[in-house]
Design a protein around this ligand. Sequence first.
Ligand code: G3I
Length: 318
Amino acid sequence: EGNLRRLADARGMDLGVAVAVEPLAQDSTYQDVVSGNYTSMTAENTMKWSLVQPERGGFDFSGPDALVDFADEHGMSMRGHTLTWHNQLPGWLTEREWQEEELRQVLQEHTEALLGRYQGRMQAWDVINEPFEDDGPELRENLWLETMGEDYIAHALWTANAVDPEAELYINEFNVEGGGAKSDALYELASDLLERGVPLHGIGFQSHFVHGRVPDDLVQQMERFTDLGLDVAITELDVRIPEPVDRKQIEEQGQEYRQVVQACLEVERCPGVTVWGAADHHSWVPEWFPGTAEALPFDEHYVPKPARSGMVDALSRR
Ligand code: G3I
C-alpha cells in the first residue's frame, strides 16, 4: 500500500478530506487517518454561518481555530467552506426580512470576521455554494437572491476578494459533473462573471456520486470550465452504494475513486480532490440518503477500502 499523502504531494495534487470538530479533538485514529492520508482539509460544518455567527455579532471561532491549528501542526493546507449558502444559516438571519443594504452590511461583517481571521491561510474559499436549484437550471431562491438579486454572487466574490486577496474564490455546485442544463447555466454564469472582471477563480464539482453513475466524461466536463481560465477542483467526493452493499460493489467503488483522481490528474487546471469525510461512520450519506451507505475510502473501523487503493493507483501511474 503506497503512502497516499506522499504520493499526492509528489504529483503536486491536493488530496483533501472534510473533517468534523469532535472526532478531530477526541479520536486519535480519526486524527491519524486525516493527517496520514491527506494533504488538505475542509471544515465539514464548523465554518458555516449558524456555527460561526450564532448570534448577530456573536462569533464562535473555536471549531474553525481547532481545525486550522490541526492543519498547521500537520503541514496541511485548507479549503474554506462556505460563505453564501441556503443551509445552516442562523435563525437571526432567516427569521426576518432584510433590506438589501442591511444584508450587504451583514455579509460584509461576516466576511471580514471569518475570511479576515484566516486571511492568507486558506488556499481557497467556497464563496458561493449551490447557487442553482437542486435540479437546475434556475438560480436558487435563497435569502441572498431574494434580498440582493442575482448580483449577490458578484458582490460576495468582490467582498471576499477584498478581505482575502490571496485565496482562490470558488463557486461550488453539485449535479453539474456530468453536464446538462444545470451545468450549462453554471457555465453561463461563470462566463458572465469573468467577462465582467469579477474575481472568480475556480469551480468546485462537489461530486456526490452514486455507485455506477460516475460520469464517463468527467474530464471533458471539467475542461469545459478550465478552458474559460478557471480551476476546477473536486470538492466533496463520495460514492454511495445502495444497500445491501456487497464486496463486488466495494471493489467497483475502488475503480470509481481511481477514475475521479485520474480525471483530476489529467485536467491541467485541477488543483485537487477532496473526499467528503474521513470514514463511513462519519459520513452524511446514511442520514441523508437512507438505504445507501459506505461512500468513503475508509470503513467504520477506519480500515482502508479499495477506494483508498484506487486513489493510490491513480497517483502511482504515470
Ligand atoms: O451539531 C448538531 C447536534 O448538536 C445535534 O444534536 C444533531 C441532531 O440532529 O445535529 C447536529 O447538526 C448536524 C450537523 O450536520 C453536524 O453534524 C445537522 O443536523 C445535520 O443536518 C448536518 O448535516 C450537514 C449538512 O451539510 C447540512 O446541510 C452534513 O454534516 C454535511 O456533510 C453537509 O455538507 C454539505 C456541504 O456543506 C455542501 N454540499 C453538500 C454537503 C452534503 O450535504
